[in-house]
Design a protein around this ligand. Sequence first.
Ligand code: PMP
Ligand code: GLN
Length: 380
Amino acid sequence: PRVRLAGVGSNIFTEMSALAVRYQAVNLAQGFPDAPGPSSVTDSAVRALHAGHHQYPPVPGLPSLRTAIADHQRDRYGIVLAPETEVVVTTGASEAIAAALLAFAGPGDEILTLEPYYDSYAAGAELAGARLVPVPLPGPDFRLAPELLRAAVTDRTRVLLLNNPHNPTGTVLNERELTEVARVAIDHDLVVISDEVYEHLVYDGRHRPIAMLPGMFERTVTIGSAGKTFSFTGWKVGWATGPADLVAGVLAVKQYLSFASGTPFQHAVADALRLPERHYTDLRDSLRARRDLLVEGLSALGLRPRAPEGTYFVLADVRALGAADGLEFCRELPRRYGVAAIPAQVFYADPQAGRHLVRFVFCKQENVLREALRRLAPLR
Ligand code: PMP
Ligand code: GLN
């Protein structure tokens, strides 16, 4: 039989997290925090359960949550949205990405994305029957190369799938880079799907949604996630916002993927989005300190990490350790050193291009990061 996604392969996060469990390794592979989000938000979820919110919510999401998402976009970015038509709640950002790709790309269409890219992008493109066209974000700085972006456009390009702040490089696009991306999207009349799940994890400067740029709102679906912003990755509450015609397209597909998304968690995330500013600054400050800890520690080991401006990922180069292949390195790391990481080659269409790169996460408690660095010390 024809098997979908056969070329995409098994999920690297599952593989490396399983190795971490088997060897009791510190899991710096999969991006999830090892401390829960705010207890007031957990209380909201418990209250929602006890209040009997057990049945299907409205397909596009609870009105209170859609309003909270609209307020979030307005208060932070000045983007004014109608909650009824311009916001849809999804089962994590993952579903929003898949639904948007299925809505706006089909057989014969091309989807541009910056490479390295998050693994679900290739899978989503394949499910849509479209072709993912990688646009290299050249290392070691991983800044946008506008000429490469322009060169990748053809008359079949329909969608530009952007991820900013960027997993796995940690790049946050600056104003000039955003303007370059916007110009390409406008010149070629592309739909932009902008995955901004790390919007609150920006350490130097501030996040700016590409939808804020002139001429961009009307062509952009912006995606967010409570998993990253509130440290509840297992709750799987995400959202997509944008102009009514594009959001309707996402909703039409979403209703036949999951129909609707978990009711009690939607109540809790509506409350979470009303947390005081301190939640966001505390999260940022604490992650910035942990970024510095991990980057300094990996540097001292000779791994040549790139200090990320955003996200909770650090890319490191294993060639300095005499290792040639990041995948082999990561398959050995849990057993030999008791630490797990992700080989960044899985984020490249041609693994060769990212063969020397390994991704570590720093969304773990400081003592856990210190323990990981202690275990890695023999690498020097
Ligand atoms: N996009 C990116 C870039 C991610 O790193 C993740 C992390 N899991 C997701 C989307 C998926 O988010 P969610 O867990 O909300 O589905
Ligand atoms: N987004 C997280 C990461 O990149 C988790 C991914 C996953 O487990 N699918 O590590």
